[in-house]
Design a protein around this ligand. Structure first.
Ligand SMILES: Cc1cc2nc3c(=O)[nH]c(=O)nc-3n(C[C@H](O)[C@H](O)[C@H](O)COP(=O)(O)OP(=O)(O)OC[C@H]3O[C@@H](n4cnc5c(N)ncnc54)[C@H](O)[C@@H]3O)c2cc1C
Ligand code: SF4
Length: 328
């Protein structure tokens, strides 16, 4: 680990000032950043610890939704009574991630900003356009079982590894960001992460000096909420494919069908055309296949990860069948 200066932020504005410096980084739970610093994948010269700036609350919003502070731990969010009652897909997604000890430290903001688990990104001896722009992409033509099949570029095929943001995307949640200029801006979680394009080093839309302060969830709806995570072992593993689904039915037809997909792209994948196809229609195997066709339009494997394309189709079919059984 390289030497660095550590400083505790006392306010959001303190945190923004440090985050705006080119060699500085924010640290929250530290469960992702410290690993990267030990591997010299991240080498900040200054760390601003935002752990005590009072952003750990989880409160009702005036419209009946919920505001989850950027420093609320993943455990606190998953066990929150309102999250369990009204947004169970979020509790399930969080509990499907990492381990209890990690979730006790991991925070909302840190989870959103966690970096890819691409093996080449995590190994400074390997080429990686995300870590070292212009050095190439070791995963294209290399070992790429965990990698993306949707929204890739010729610069990077990494996936966003998180679970929490997948559920937040299906729920229509919004990230609240302090700009560092005394104002806030909001971004839907579905637009927070970026596709790699020709700037794969930029994971999300945060600008220098910006700090995530909260995520807000819209008022809850009566719906069946499911999170299915397919992985290599049943705990302590990142998703090969995951699906968050918020589904309601009435009179034998879908009345709501919101989905987000993990493990397939550089961001939680959101394909609104699937909901448009399903809403108003009665469930059938043909309809489920059409939904999978929409999801996988343009999907491309890179060798080791070719299996993700049929796996995503089967997983979507299974989730739809389960949702129909529960919602009917
Ligand atoms: C072994 C292991 C297994 C894991 N398995 C899973 C899994 O299955 N599913 C899953 O979803 N996750 C998994 N994780 C990842 C874990 O969830 C993340 O490490 C954690 O959520 C990061 O949160 P943190 O608060 O510790 O972030 P930190 O490590 O403190 O920070 C991560 C990044 O976020 C930035 N940041 C933090 N807070 C803010 C803020 N408020 N505003 C702007 N930027 C901010 C930091 O600057 C840093 O770049 C795993 C981690 C480990 C180590
Ligand atoms: S897939 Fe992206 S993160 Fe992985 S080596 Fe290629 S450029 Fe780096």
């Amino acid at each position: 680990m390289r030497p660095f200066q550590y400083q505790r932020a006392h306010s959001i504005s303190d945190a923004s000032t440090i985050a705006a410096l080119p060699e500085a980084m924010l640290i929250a739970g530290g469960t992702n950043l410290l690993d990267m610093m030990k591997l010299q994948v991240a080498t900040p010269s200054q760390l601003s610890d935002i752990g005590r700036i009072g952003l750990d609350g989880i409160q009702d919003t005036p419209d009946g939704g919920l505001r989850i502070g950027a420093l609320a731990t993943n455990t606190a969010t998953a066990v929150n009574p309102r999250v369990r009652a009204d947004y169970p897909v979020l509790a399930r997604a969080i509990l499907a991630g990492a381990t209890q000890q990690l979730r006790n430290k991991a925070t909302t903001g840190g989870n959103l900003c966690q970096r890819t688990r691409c093996y080449y990104f995590m190994n400074v001896d390997q080429p990686c356009n995300k870590r070292d722009p212009g050095s190439g992409c070791g995963a294209i033509g290399g070992v790429n079982k965990l990698h993306a099949v949707l929204g890739t570029s010729d610069q990077c095929i990494a996936t966003y590894p998180g679970d929490m943001a997948v559920a937040m995307t299906a729920l229509g949640a919004t990230v609240v960001i302090a700009t560092g200029k005394g104002t806030e801006r909001t971004v839907p979680v579905s637009d927070f992460h970026r596709l790699p394009g020709d700037t794969p080093w930029r994971d999300n839309v945060l600008e220098a000096g910006e700090v995530i302060v909260a995520v807000t969830l819209p008022p809850p709806v009566q719906a069946t909420q499911l999170y299915r995570k397919v992985r290599e072992r049943s705990s302590y593993a990142f998703a090969l494919v995951s699906i968050a689904a918020v589904i309601a039915m009435d009179g034998g037809k879908f009345t709501r069908a919101d989905f987000a997909f993990g493990g397939l792209a550089h961001k939680p994948w959101h394909e609104p055309r699937i909901g448009e196809l399903l809403v108003g229609a009665p469930p059938s195997p043909e309809l489920f296949d059409q939904a999978a066709d929409l999801l996988l339009e343009g999907a491309e494997g890179h060798g080791d990860n070719d299996f993700k394309i049929p796996l995503a189709r089967r997983t979507l079919n299974a989730v739809l069948a389960e949702a129909v059984e529960k919602a009917a």
